[in-house]
Design a protein around this ligand. Sequence first.
Ligand code: DGY
Length: 376
Amino acid sequence: MHNPDGNLRVVVTKPLPGDRWLNVLTSSGCRVEVCTAEQTILDNDTIKTLIGSKCDGVIGQLTEGWNKDLFNALKAAGGRAYSNYAVGYNNVVVPDATAVGIPVGNTPGVLTETTAELAAALTMAASRRVVEADTFMRGGQYKGWLPTLFVGSLLQGKTVGIIGAGRIGTAYARMMVEGHKMDLLYYDPYPNKFLEEYVADYGKLLESKGEKPVTVRRCETVEEVLAKSDVVSLHCNLDEATKHLINKERLSKMKPDAVLVNAARGPVIDEAALVAHLQANPEFRCGLDVFEDEPDMKPGLAECNNAVIVPHIASATLWTRAGMATLAACNVAATLKGYPAWNKPDVLPFVDGPFEDIPKAAPSIVNAKELNLAMA
Ligand code: DGY
């Protein structure tokens, strides 16, 4: 427990990195109780016990199911603020929070480059078979250089496709286009003019240096991106429309030696169909940060050497994870103090500026409009 004399009780369901977030809460008069239970994923009964009979705000995790049950318990305890410690909030039934007047915060703006870098790392690890080769080496199987040992696919000059051209998709696309001179195809319901102009300008720069220019095109269908790309990376939100967006039929449209990357949400891929596809197409590779039944994997995935699999670590850099904590704390503290919701995409003044200059606003409240909150 921190600041035991604080008059606002805030529960944090997991220990968080850094200390700025804690200073934000304690300097706002909050007594902060951090759950240190060993259980990795807390069930609703445990969370309700943590909330107890008086709780003003909670910072929760993406592994928790924040629905009517929990928001009603928080409301009954006098709660007025909730923040997810994540940018994604598919674990939160936002209308259930809105129904009891509780603002829901999330943490956008500090995960962009970090998540894109992990997606790029998965792309390279899968295409160059880094994990298979590492296992081979550690297993003492390396007997000497061979022309055919762990031959993978070159990325330079190929085509990268992204599904979802929001902040993270854009950052990933730029890394692949600028770093590997890949042509870009993207599918998104909305055109991304910034990205299109950026790639076009980069193409002109390359041309001016006597190199082949890169190109960019927004596709009308997911199928077109899948069929024409050598690498496809998923950067869409998870909702009813994107659940199993990548299924058996769509996998069959991809090139047999393509690389599929998912650092978005597991259920965007029908994972059982992916396992069958990996088994039937040994040249097809994937890099997965997220899983359909997280933390479990579908049967057979762990045995697929053509899959690189990591445990949902796309946002795991110290700067990002500490920044997420600060944003979540600011969401809760500012809401409890009655400050308005921040209405700008740049959240760096919250995480990087002098502590005294942290804006008097809640950095990101996803139901601000529904609750008619004032905007800063
Ligand atoms: C998020 O914030 O939604 C990420 O998945 C955490 O890594």
